[in-house]
Ligand binder design. Structure first.
Ligand code: UDP
Length: 422
């Protein structure tokens, strides 16, 4: 390890707290990404501070994840949950708190890696005030998202402008899939430097046991045909397509069929509305007797569920990457996913699973039935899936690529500063 890789770096994730319980309101892929990237970078020798907004009075201000890696929660706005579209109003305060923290701690950060557009704005202000190289990961692109929604929020103009500016000015943008890079180029700007470094998963945690053991642990019958979904309850996730597809599956009359729809938070929170809507469709289609809603699945049980399933379905309308697909694949479970975004990168049709057009319940039903009706092929797809994740999507591999990127950017930026007389 060279001396550069011992420096302090900051990861910013204003709305996605890396230390929070995943599955809680609005907590999903971004939180997982930041936490794992941070921890893996610390293992490589970097001193990593992950900055987020303090969203609850009960949460501690600093969480230590291990040597050289911590989450720092800054007070910006109320110490309560604020939907992400409303957080930008507190971004100014976040910048001030960040600079104050840095000053008090006496730390000089060599680089900032921002996540999601709100954090990109914070990073750009930091850069303006103090000169710091910026790497940015979008997690979601406004230009793509607003194509797919019925009502465009007030914040859209600010978001689109910010996303364009960061693409054109950051030292490097990290696209998590070739499809995401293509969207940046066609919908945001031709300018700016983009590298493709995918998201990763823990290939030791996911894939540690076999299917029979997993089913025993969960009390599930080895003969059952299990279709599994996990993720946030959000319309964009397309859970309705999955439910309607299973509703018309050829296996519908089979007593062994089981649909498990995991994730979501506690009643009364905003994603509860989508969960109630989905439960309503399940009831309307007469599927209640074979559909289970286990709620949020703990970190310990998540790999067990993935492994126990015959097929994992990711029916999102759009997905810049889609961590769920690679988690399932790491567990040797084939994936049926929407033919969109990063899912076109992670899932290789006929090798690791199948792709179907988004919102197309007939195509999803056909794909699910093809896999469930041929156990031998299902196992082959599962093996192909595991191999693909081992080769391309381990956190350690991802962190090495990011670390190499930082190592090249930091000295380059220092030269730029010297030239500018800063
Ligand atoms: N996760 C979840 N619900 C749970 C437990 C965990 O969604 O009850 C995790 C899931 O394992 C994955 C992440 O949340 O790591 C969801 O990431 P993805 O990229 O699939 O979707 P996003 O939430 O970013 O839209």
């Amino acid at each position: 390890m060279n001396s550069t890789s011992k420096q302090h770096i900051a990861l910013i994730s204003v709305h996605g707290d890396p230390a929070i319980e995943i599955g809680k309101e609005e907590a999903g892929g971004q939180n997982v990404y930041v936490r794992h990237v941070g921890e893996a970078l610390a293992n490589l020798g970097w001193h990593v501070d992950m900055f987020t907004r303090k969203a609850s009075a009960e949460d501690s201000a600093i969480v230590e994840h291990g040597p050289r890696c911590r989450t720092i929660r800054l007070k910006a706005g109320p110490e309560a949950f604020v939907p992400r579209d409303n957080i930008f109003g507190y971004a100014d305060e976040f910048v001030e708190e960040l600079l104050k923290f840095q000053h008090q701690a006496g730390i000089k950060y060599a680089l900032v890696h921002t996540n999601y557009w709100i954090s990109s704005w914070v990073g750009m202000q930091w850069k303006k005030r103090q000169g710091i190289p910026q790497v940015h990961t979008y997690h979601s692109l406004g230009a793509v998202k607003y194509q797919a929604v019925d009502t465009i929020p007030m914040i859209a103009t600010t978001r689109l402008e910010t996303e364009k500016t960061v693409l054109e000015t950051a030292e490097r943008i990290v696209a998590t899939s070739p499809q995401e890079k293509e969207h940046m180029r066609s919908l945001v700007s031709q300018k700016g430097n983009i590298d493709i470094i995918p998201c990763g998963t823990d290939i030791r945690r996911f894939g540690a046991i076999n299917r029979l053991e997993a089913r025993q642990q969960l009390g599930l019958d080895p003969e059952e045909k299990i279709i599994f979904y996990i993720g946030r309850f959000d319309k964009r996730k397309g859970i309705e397509t999955l439910v309607r597809a299973v509703g018309r599956s050829e296996l519908r009359g089979n007593a062994n069929l089981k649909l498990i729809i995991g994730g979501g938070s506690r009643p009364g929170q905003s994603d509860g509305i989508e969960r109630e809507r989905i439960e309503g469709i399940v009831a309307e289609l007469g599927m209640t007797d074979f559909t289970i809603f286990p709620g949020r699945i703990s970190d310990e049980l998540l790999p067990v569920y993935y492994t126990a399933a015959d097929v994992c379905v990711v029916p999102s309308h759009y997905e810049p990457f889609g961590l769920v697909a690679i988690e399932a694949m790491a567990c040797g479970t084939p994936v049926v996913a929407s033919d969109v975004g990063g899912l076109q990168f992670t899932v290789v049709p006929e090798e690791t699973g199948l792709l179907a057009p988004p919102k197309d319940e007939v195509a999803f039903a056909t794909a699910i039935d093809r896999i469930l009706s041929n156990p031998e092929w299902r196992n082959q797809l599962g093996q192909g899936a595991r191999t693909r994740v081992e080769q391309k999507f381990s956190w350690d591999g991802v962190a090495h690529q990011l670390s190499d990127l930082y190592t090249t950017l930091i000295p380059k930026y220092e030269k730029v500063l010297v030239k500018a007389g800063a």
